[in-house]
Design a protein around this ligand. Sequence first.
Ligand code: PAF
Length: 284
Amino acid sequence: MEPVSRIQECINLIYGHKKNRKSIGLVPTMGALHQGHLSLIERSILETDITVVSIFVNPTQFNDQKDLLNYPRNPDGDLATLSMKLRQQDIVFTPDEKEIYPEKDTRIFDFGHLDKTMEGKYRKGHFNGVAQIVSKLLELITPDKAYFGEKDFQQLIIIKHLVKILHYPVEIVPCPIIREEDGLALSSRNQLLSPMERKESALISKTLFTSVLRSRERDVEAVRSWVIETLNSSSMLQVEYFDIVNSTDLKPVKNWNEKGEKIGCIAVKAGKIRLIDNVKFPDF
Ligand code: PAF
């Protein structure tokens, strides 16, 4: 694998590969890599000739400076992990903040309702920051495919929208959530949990999975309230939101027999650590 941090060097490498008609897969990450990231990388390796893994903790998507400071970082461990996973021709792109943002990025994206709900309500400006960095990465790397995890479901929908409004010639590939044995969705933030919080956090996915079974006989609002009450009854967990929405427009679902795929998205605080997860509700 080729580790590069200078933007021009990365562009040159990619230019060479494109001249040789190689297809490019991009896996954007903020580092502290785990099995979830590795599953995106494996998919990219399967589907494209050259995989570019970017590692950049993007400051513009953090609405809370403390969160940015505390965000887990493991540059040496990440490089060691990637050196075992990536092939000789693949690229690890670790740009510098000053090169990525030579000036303040003042672009404001309009995502309509998509960034006003759920995460957007609790993390003001977060998705605008995500759009700023993802648009820069898509423009620099010009990948044929870019891989995003379904754990950040709202992010995935917003990135698909970004690609649509800016006409980027890239296929966005959603990849399934990878879970721990007890069901907790993998996240770089999991390592910040205390042992007790980590144990209790398994209740999040357990409750989500049970809510799918309950949706057979309860209406949407009853299922929604049950999830919130169940999780809040744990002294260690506090639900920020649990919304059951249409998976395309993220509008609230009122009735199970409405058309379209339905997804329940949740944010829960385990102590100081904010965890997100989601579950799809099949039509029975
Ligand atoms: O999902 C993430 O890790 C980040 O939001 C992303 C897409 C790498 C942009 O910084």
